[in-house]
Design a protein around this ligand. Structure first.
Ligand code: GLN
Length: 312
């Protein structure tokens, strides 16, 4: 498909789904409830560095759970696969992102790094002397993916920190089962900060395109993640990125994807492109409703599924 046709397609889908007003803005983190429910942006960044954008593509929002695959990649670089696998599994839960039940009743270790329990455990594994060294390493890692300096939204961070009783319960339960060490508050604060990293839809598409290009940013040429670890990150996004609707996403979209309760959602078409949508109206799983609709239609019309005949 030619470049002008891709742009036209995005404009068509944006106009079509702007009318979709189902869903709710997240409010369990009070600061997130201030998001504009009408905000809607779609961006595609190809591995060649071509960008197509429509709508609200340059407004900032926080990564929330979309931070998880990237921080998992950094932890893999820091500690290696074996260490991570010994503490956090790679199985889908079939439960919500903030579930505590499988941790308590079954294996006593997080099922995968895309749900909160696994992501908090992964945050505790990031190397660095104390909080500031660790968050600096995380921010520098995100800079390599976006191609520009990024920061933490202090208001969102504070808002989550004050209200995160469930995540605190999960962290303490993991301490009880020896999944994480004694620095429980540090792990939680790091996790809340990675969730509060502020990006635009344009950034998010480039982050996705960096994963699509084997870990190298399409415009800066800088490597964000070791090539052999990109596969691990994308596999977990594919099987677990959408939690208890991962099967539906794999079936209807067919590419590794990850959502966040801020309303962002991104997908990676390996070797081809990164796609990002921003629209804060969420379904009960915490996924952007317009985002899912755009991804479904883009996947069908552009033949994006990794299992699409002729995709390779
Ligand atoms: N920071 C959020 C939380 O822990 C992230 C959840 C999400 O985006 N699904 O609840």
């Amino acid at each position: 498909m030619r470049s002008t046709q891709v742009q036209q397609l995005l404009e068509e889908l944006h106009a079509k789904y702007a009318d979709l007003r189902d869903g709710k803005v997240a409010d369990y983190i009070p600061e997130l409830s201030k998001a504009d429910p009408d905000a809607f942006g779609v961006v595609i960044a190809t591995v060649e560095g071509e960008i197509h954008e429509v709508g609200v593509s340059r407004a900032e929002f926080t990564l929330q759970s979309m931070s998880k695959p990237f921080v998992y990649g950094l932890a893999l670089e820091d500690r290696g696969r074996e260490f991570l696998l010994s503490r956090v599994g790679v199985e889908p839960t079939g439960e919500a992102f903030n579930s505590i039940i499988e941790l308590e009743e079954k294996t006593h270790r997080p099922y995968n790094p895309m749900v909160n329990s696994g992501a908090i455990a992964v945050a505790s594994m990031i190397r660095g002397e104390g909080m500031s060294a660790r968050i600096s390493r995380i921010l520098d890692m995100f800079r390599r993916y976006t191609g520009r300096p990024v920061g933490v939204n202090a208001a969102v961070f504070a808002s989550e920190r004050e209200t995160a009783h469930r995540n605190r319960a999960i962290a303490h339960l993991m301490r009880h089962f020896n999944v994480i060490g004694p620095e429980i508050d540090l792990a939680l604060d790091l996790y809340f900060q990675q969730c509060s990293v502020s990006v635009t839809c344009h950034d998010l598409a480039l982050m996705a395109a960096t994963l699509a290009k084997g870990g190298v940013h399409p415009l800066t040429g800088e490597r964000a993640l070791r090539a052999d670890l990109v596969r691990d990150v994308l596999t977990l996004m594919f099987t677990c990125g959408m939690y208890d609707s991962a099967g539906d996403w794999a079936y209807s979209v067919g590419i590794p994807g990850k959502s966040g309760v801020s309303g962002g959602i991104f997908g990676v078409v390996p070797g081809r492109m990164g796609i990002a949508v921003y629209s804060p109206l969420l379904d009960p799983h915490g996924h952007s409703i317009r985002g899912e609709a755009v991804f479904r239609e883009l996947s069908t019309r552009l033949g994006l599924s990794v299992f699409h005949a002729g995709a390779h």
